[in-house]
Design a protein around this ligand. Structure first.
Ligand code: UD1
Ligand code: UDP
Length: 371
């Protein structure tokens, strides 16, 4: 029987963090020919992750350019994938989540009649403007994907309601939890954590396209007021490399001694920062999955979330992006220890860290059944 080939395509930091465990598991098994194509939608932030996991791509499309818009990324990935699909003729293309890389790679595979496996399938807000354009991307991938690897039962139910074949939807947990299990260490240390040792540490991230501009300014103003009003609070903010984010962060947060603006951290460091934090404020998707596993409360600075499991588990609270609401939610968690305790319960709605193993089991079964 000819060896089957699986081509994994990813391009941004969060995709890489959640796809590398899958690459490593596929290679560890050694039953299939494994090829990795990075699109380079992100550059430095992607390289950090590849380095952490020791993954060396077979192809790099190098699509990133500063200030890239959605047309740039989508068209460059689509065209770049054309030759690779002709050359590799993979039996399956695996994409992750809802980025432009994932959408364009899925479309390219569809044009080449190559089946797609969608990792982290079925997340929905059903609001195409929030998150933008991710809600469109993931729904579009769902149209042509042959296999849907849903992290939770709720994600599976979205797919069922949309009429996907139940036999092709698998609830596997999230591969992000697999990654987390390899990075968090009790003996971890870092100069920034030493700086914050006797304070309550807030870890901040923000980058969503729909929040660029006034919403992001409001988020940062709320955080600055908190830092100024609570002397026993310190905040560390590893700023996304998006220049638009960096400009707003510089304008709103610089010059406040208890807020450290630092460069993006490698995943192993960042996961340990989360683990040592008192509270997390973010508009990120992946962090909403990691924090419940670590028992860390998260104020989600967004109007919608596709991760209702974390809200139901009590670890996530959706604040919106207004300054007053963020300030007030944060203040409550700093002053009301019972409210804090209720949110700081370690729950893990996103699986037991075996998602990659389950996905590889399914792929091996499905592809060999086709032989
Ligand atoms: C993208 C994804 C979003 C994901 C986010 C993760 C889409 C539509 N959006 O956000 O779903 O949550 O990545 O972070 O796919 N930059 C660098 N170096 C890097 C990375 C980024 O300089 O390593 C700068 C570039 O100037 C780039 C900008 O950041 O233009 C924004 O990157 P981009 O991938 O376009 O970000 P988003 O679309 O906001
Ligand atoms: N992360 C990281 N370094 C940082 C900030 C975040 O490794 O400085 C990780 C984080 O743990 C999570 C992922 O990056 O796994 C989230 O990426 P991002 O917020 O860029 O994208 P999203 O998850 O919103 O798509």
């Amino acid at each position: 029987m000819a060896e089957k080939e699986v081509l994994l395509v990813f391009g941004t930091r969060p995709e890489a963090i959640k796809m590398c465990p899958l690459v490593l598991e596929l290679k560890r098994r050694g039953h299939m020919n494994v090829k990795v194509c990075v699109t380079g939608q992100h550059r430095e932030m992607l390289q950090q992750v590849l380095h952490t996991f020791g993954v060396v791509p077979d192809y790099d499309l190098h699509v990133m350019k500063e200030g890239q818009d959605l047309y740039d990324v989508t068209s460059r990935v689509l065209l770049g994938m054309r030759d690779i699909l002709v050359q590799e003729k993979p039996d399956v293309v695996l994409v992750h989540g809802d980025t432009s890389t994932a959408f364009a790679a899925c479309l390219a595979a569809f044009y080449a009649h190559v089946p797609v496996g969608h990792v982290e399938a079925g997340l929905r807000t059903y609001d195409l403007e929030s998150p933008y354009p991710e809600e469109y991307n993931r729904q579009a991938i769902g149209i042509s994907a042959r296999w849907h690897f849903a992290p939770t039962q709720a994600a599976r139910e979205h797919l069922l309601r949309e009429g996907k074949d139940p036999a092709r939807i698998y609830v596997t947990g999230n591969t992000g939890i697999d990654a987390l299990q390899t990075t968090v260490r009790p003996d971890y240390s870092h100069p920034e954590l030493d700086w914050a040792r006797d304070s309550r540490l807030l870890v901040i991230t923000a980058h969503r396209r729909e929040n660029l501009g006034q919403p992001m300014r409001e988020m940062f103003r709320a955080i600055r007021r908190i830092a100024e009003d609570f002397p026993n609070v310190k905040a560390v903010y590893p700023i996304h490399l998006n220049p638009l984010v960096r400009q707003i962060a510089a304008e709103e947060l610089q010059g406040c001694d208890s807020i450290h603006l630092i460069e993006p951290l490698p995943a192993e460091d960042f996961h340990n920062f989360l683990n040592r934090s008192y509270l997390i404020l973010t508009d990120s998707g992946g962090i909403q999955e990691e924090a419940p596993a670590l028992g860390k409360p998260v104020l989600v600075m967004r109007n919608t979330t596709e991760r209702p499991e974390g809200v139901a588990a009590g670890t996530l609270k959706l604040t919106g992006t207004g300054e007053a609401a963020i300030y007030s939610a944060c203040r409550t968690l700093l002053e009301d220890l019972e409210a804090y305790r209720l949110m700081a319960q370690a729950k893990n709605p996103y699986g037991d860290g075996t998602a990659s193993r389950q996905i590889v089991d399914i792929l091996e079964r499905e592809l060999h059944a086709q032989a």
